[in-house]
Write a protein that binds this ligand. Structure first.
Ligand SMILES: *Cc1c(COP(=O)(O)O)cnc(C)c1O
Length: 496
């Protein structure tokens, strides 16, 4: 199976090439030429497999230049007990007969980006080797918090890789900063930047587009790469857990084999919900895909009107990983429903970068309405959803998951559709402890982050993830920061 670029149908590459390259030369995203089909035979196999085995089975359908044995090995490294502890990596938590929270945050950083970033390093290094490239893959990341730590942990001590993370010095939470500066591994480096997230991001982009610098690195045997969600290697591991969740619903007797179920996802960059759409393309019996936003509701408006318009106020919310106005992965979906019209997609994306907006055709608008329902949750909705679910259903969730949960309620009320729904639960409530405590009516001032973790445990009875609790005892390895103009020198310094 080959991969096309969303902006050039004549471009056809293998999965290894798609992952090594990240973006196509025209700036398009790689998409599979055809979607593999989930046959009865494959389902029979999946039903009796563990998550690790299911992951290898599903990945092998997309990554034909990888053997099942190779993929099984990566799955063990990515999702094994060492990383996800004992028990299944992505358990379902039922709050009633029609609602199942798919917990994607039992990995090393307590958020769902682990599901992709634990797998990506193995796929990337193997992709380099399979395409005849023996250079060291150096990942550069600018982070507003979650992605940086997930990339550090995923790439830590993976042979043939290095990772450098820049974060805005005063722009991440205390726990996020601690998570990053205590990262172990001989191939990792972390630096603060004197500036905000945009400064860090711009600095990283400048390094990426500096062809002379790339040449210098090339001579040193280093190739730069990115860990952002445009890379196919970050998207494809996410298809697995929706298929696995369906198998679990059937095995748990919640639905019969072949029955449809809905999926509700708290959405930012449109990566996670796109993975659910792709699973549906493979034949998974998914009804509605429910796209939940916070008050940065550019996707809600788009799905409801067909007009994408990023020219609007940007809000900082209590679900910061969804504070996004350009959802990069939407391009892949638009390509699919435009009948793979690469020229049309190029035009839309040009409009987006020039005017900040575009409008799709009437036919596409109809398709979008059939595939998706969209809604958003205000900050107040988010807090009350956490509170109600905790007191009515004894289930504690984080702010991102609460956005999804709140939008699901609106969906059910508006449409009367009571089909069983899987809600993607994307972070541990401990990771966003301050607002979770606020939702529960606990605003007692705390000395530090760890006192708050302890308070949340006392209030909720849910155990503190040890990955977060042990942060207070770990050595802080990376205490330096740099000016935004010195980021390239920082990278050079680390690499030599
Ligand atoms: C990244 C993230 C999201 C948004 O996922 P997308 O794939 O960008 O739509 C939601 N919740 C959490 C906790 C995240 O870290």
């Amino acid at each position: 199976m080959q991969y096309n670029s969303t902006r050039n149908n004549t471009c056809k590459v293998t999965s290894a090439m798609a992952m090594k390259q990240g973006l196509s030369r025209e700036g398009g995203l790689f998409v599979p030429e055809v979607f593999p089909t989930l046959t009865k035979e494959i389902y029979d196999k999946l039903m009796n497999q563990t998550y690790l085995q299911r992951a290898a089975t599903v990945l092998s359908l997309f990554l034909e230049d990888f053997s099942v044995e190779e993929l099984e090995d990566y799955c063990e490294k990515a999702y094994g007990n060492q990383k996800f502890g004992p028990g299944e990596p992505t358990p379902l938590h039922y709050t009633d007969d029609k609602t199942a929270y798919l917990e994607l945050w039992h990995g090393p950083t307590c958020a769902f980006k682990d599901m992709a970033l634990q797998m990506l390093p193995h796929l990337l290094t193997a992709s380099a080797r399979k395409t005849g490239d023996d250079r060291t893959v150096c990942i550069l990341v600018a982070t507003s918090g979650d992605t940086g730590k997930a990339a550090l942990d995923g790439f830590s001590d993976v042979d043939g890789t290095k990772v450098v993370v820049f974060y805005p010095k005063d722009g991440v939470s205390k726990i996020q900063k601690l998570q990053m500066v205590t990262q172990k591994g001989n191939n990792v480096f972390v630096s603060g930047v004197n500036g905000n997230f945009d400064d860090a991001q711009t600095g990283v982009k400048t390094i990426f587009t500096d062809s002379k610098y790339r040449e210098v690195l090339n001579e040193k045997g280093v190739i730069l790469s990115s860990a952002n969600s445009m890379n196919w290697g970050r998207l494809v591991p996410q298809v697995v857990y929706y298929i696995s969740a369906y198998c679990d619903l059937v095995k748990d007797g919640k639905i019969a084999f072949g029955d449809i179920f809905n999926i509700c996802v708290p959405t930012g960059n449109f990566g996670n919900i796109l993975a659910a759409y792709y699973a549906k393309q493979m034949g998974l019996p998914v009804g509605k895909l429910i796209c939940a936003s916070n008050c940065n509701n550019v996707l809600t408006d788009f799905i409801n009107s067909g007009v994408y318009n990023r020219n609007r106020e940007f809000h900082l919310t209590m679900s910061p990983s969804m504070d996004i106005l350009i959802s990069s992965n939407l391009e892949r979906y638009l390509y699919q429903i435009s009948g793979k019209d690469d020229q049309y997609i190029s035009t839309l994306m040009r409009k987006l970068s020039e005017d900040g907006s575009y409008e799709v055709t009437d036919t596409m608008k109809e398709t979008i309405k059939k595939d998706f329902y969209a809604g958003f949750a205000s900050e107040e909705n988010t807090l009350s959803e956490i509170k109600e679910t905790f007191f009515d259903k004894q289930y504690l969730m984080d702010t991102h998951t609460a956005v999804a949960s709140s939008v699901l309620k609106k969906y059910r009320k508006e449409t009367g559709d009571e089909t069983i729904c899987v809600v993607a639960s994307t972070a541990s409530p401990y990771k966003f402890n301050e607002n979770v405590l606020k939702a529960l009516g606990q605003e007692k001032p705390c000395q530090d982050e760890f006192e708050r973790l302890a308070l949340l445990q006392e209030v909720s009875g849910l155990e503190i993830p040890k990955q977060l609790w042990e942060l207070q005892t770990l050595e802080q390895r990376f205490l330096s920061s740099c000016e935004k103009t010195d980021m390239k020198e920082t990278v050079t310094g680390f690499l030599s």
